[in-house]
Design a protein around this ligand. Structure first.
Ligand code: 5GP
Ligand code: MN
Length: 336
């Protein structure tokens, strides 16, 4: 965190401010945990703070403290726009390109507020007045902890700790990814000392599958294809298959990782058809050197991190699958 960033923020927060915090579209545990952790902190500082999500999020996140107060832009456009236009400060958390909050990005352009980016994805865009961007860190929640520590660590309580722990846990793959450091664990140690129920947090996120979701996982695994002779696999799920298993938002979360659990596999992709939005949403995961952020940016309108990224295709499932297969074959040197 740069000195200038924290000094300017301290000055801005020295009197009561109207604040809006925004996560990316289809927010995950890190996006919601960081937004809500920061919201509780600003509330305790005496500011007036709202969280506006571009859209809904999965049921397995519908327990994070304060989530019931989140305003959904796609459901409450007028209320959201009023708050955004009146805000003094707008914090954008866990994304670094305004394309990730479409169609809310158009409103942001017209706001007088100071825009603050807190994010850990690679290659940030240049829309924010104040930036705390650090791709070496495993989660935006870890960054929110650092910010709170720099502002007033005495205000951290069990509620804030629960929000922050959630995002650190989900974005680190339960503390196993490379970006998990001794510092991450020492932050987690402080959070545990606040009395959070980490066992229950894990259960809430990972052990709340519906019957349909587990069967959909079975279908996804049946659909897995290996791109011979390379160490790469992909999974497809058509809209018909999703509907057959009563798909709900978030049900496919984590499915792509099963591809990487195969011995020797370095790259795994999942392609998910969404006929309503007329898109194929993709997730890319890798182990080791293969850079999926670059792969997603170059070929599939996306981005993310070195080992975890996402992207989108506007062609149909069949054509997108073929393109994925052919594109992977171009990387034979890196994926053999
Ligand atoms: P997931 O595959 O779990 O949706 O996302 C993996 C990572 O890539 C996350 O950090 C997520 O924020 C990022 N990501 C997912 N989809 C997109 C996308 O369409 N564009 C960009 N730039 N990043 C994405
Ligand atoms: Mn994140």
């Amino acid at each position: 965190m740069k000195n200038n960033f924290i000094l300017t923020l301290k000055e801005q927060l020295s009197n009561r401010k109207e604040i809006v915090i925004i996560p990316h579209k289809n927010p995950d545990g890190d996006a919601l945990g960081s937004c809500l952790g920061l919201k509780h902190f600003f509330d305790l500082m005496g500011h007036s703070c709202s969280v506006i999500s571009p859209n809904e999020y999965p049921e397995f996140l519908e327990w994070i403290p304060g989530q019931e107060q989140i305003i959904k832009y796609n459901k409450s456009e007028e209320e959201s726009e009023k708050l955004l236009l009146e805000a003094d400060l707008i914090f954008t958390l866990d994304f670094n390109s305004l394309s990730r909050i479409k169609p809310m990005d158009e409103v942001i352009d017209n706001c007088r507020a100071i825009k603050v980016m807190i994010d850990h994805h690679e290659q940030p865009d240049d829309y924010a007045d104040l930036m705390y961007s650090d791709p070496s860190l495993g989660s935006t929640c870890e960054m929110v902890y650092n910010l709170i520590e720099a502002l007033d660590v005495s205000l951290i309580n069990k509620t804030i700790a629960t929000c922050i722990y959630t995002g650190i846990m989900t974005d680190s793959g339960s503390f196993r990814f490379k970006s998990t450091t001794g510092v991450t664990h020492s932050i987690v140690s402080n959070l545990l000392d606040m009395g959070i129920n980490h066992t229950q947090i894990h259960i809430n996120i990972y052990d709340t599958y519906s019957f349909g979701r587990l069967q959909l996982l079975g279908k996804a695994l049946t659909n897995l294809v290996k791109v011979e002779p390379l160490n790469a696999v992909y999974i497809t799920l058509s809209q018909k298959e999703l509907t057959q298993f009563d798909f709900k938002k978030g049900d496919t979360e984590g499915f792509v990782n099963y591809g990487l659990s195969l011995d020797g596999i370095k790259f795994a992709v999942i392609l998910i058809e969404n006929t309503q939005e007329k898109i194929i949403k993709m997730s890319f995961r890798s182990k080791g050197e293969f850079n999926v952020n670059q792969f997603a940016r170059k070929h599939f309108n996306g981005g993310g991190h070195h080992n975890a990224a996402g992207g989108v295709s506007y062609e149909n499932l069949e054509m997108t699958t073929q393109k994925v297969h052919e594109t992977i074959l171009q990387y034979k040197d890196q994926l053999k």
